[in-house]
Design a protein around this ligand. Structure first.
Ligand code: SF4
Ligand code: FES
Length: 244
């Protein structure tokens, strides 16, 4: 064994100094379920879908540095059951009624449900009523579908060079806010081409007037599983401030 390798479910994985378990695993084409990780953005550890075990300790793969000789459990029935429960909780916490959502077929939360074999929501629905910000001519923000993954916050700050979004409050009071004088998208400097607009894993940030351009049945997760797309995203180059 060389110094810079560790093991996931018995498979030896090489890593570079400074890489997280998630980055090293995806680079080696080993999928670890995730919703709030995106290659190139600073990891934040929000969703806990990527929880893995090192010995009997549970850690988030997206924020934990890889270390030589680690033996990590990832794809186990117990961990996948815990991931399914997290996914079910995300479903009941917001307005995730897939047949009436324009994002259906392109939604990572829905795709994660398929991947983990989720048959129902298990928990009682919250039926939260949260605001929709339809102020912008081209971009819709539906707070009821936000899973607080923080991806739009990081994408806006780290790639778009703006600071359009933030998460305010804590625990059950946590909510996404728009940094503008009125708190509305129309008064922010957001643009349709921003990564922040295109990175939302669910139907919370959507570009208007194109929801049904691609028919249901031909969408990303109608054709591919989330692990396939997760590995593809990792190899695709995304714009980075270092490139400017
Ligand atoms: Fe994540 Fe979308 Fe909510 Fe932003 S709006 S925090 S990208 S779910
Ligand atoms: Fe690691 Fe969300 S992907 S906590």
């Amino acid at each position: 064994m060389t110094h810079n390798t560790f093991f996931i479910d018995g498979e030896e994985i090489s890593f570079l100094p400074g890489q997280t378990i998630m980055d090293a695993a995806l680079t080696a084409e080993v999928y670890i379920p995730h919703l709030c990780h995106y290659p190139g953005l600073t990891p934040h550890g929000n969703c806990r879908l990527c929880s893995v075990e090192i010995g009997n300790k549970s850690v988030a793969a997206c924020t934990t540095p890889a270390a030589a000789g680690q033996h990590i459990s990832c794809n186990t029935p117990a961990l996948n059951e815990a991931r399914k429960s997290i996914t079910q909780m995300l479903f009941i916490e917001g307005e995730h009624i897939c047949p009436s959502c324009e994002k259906t077929g392109n939604c990572k939360l829905q795709a994660m449900g398929y991947y983990l074999g989720m048959q129902d929501e298990h928990y009682p629905q919250f039926y939260q009523r949260r605001a929709i910000d339809a102020s912008h001519a081209s971009i819709l923000l539906d707070h009821g579908r936000c899973i607080l993954c923080d991806l739009c916050v990081r994408a806006s700050r780290e790639v778009d060079g703006k600071n359009v979004f933030a998460i305010a409050g804590r625990g059950t009071d946590a909510h996404l806010i728009v940094n503008s004088s009125t708190g509305k998208l129309i008064d922010s400097n957001i643009e349709v081409s921003d990564l922040a607009v295109n990175i939302c894993p669910v139907g919370a940030i959507m570009i208007k007037k194109q929801g049904y351009e691609l028919p249901i049945g031909q969408r990303i997760y109608d054709q591919h599983t989330i692990d396939e797309i997760g590995l593809q995203e990792n190899t695709a180059k995304i714009p980075n401030q270092d490139d400017h």
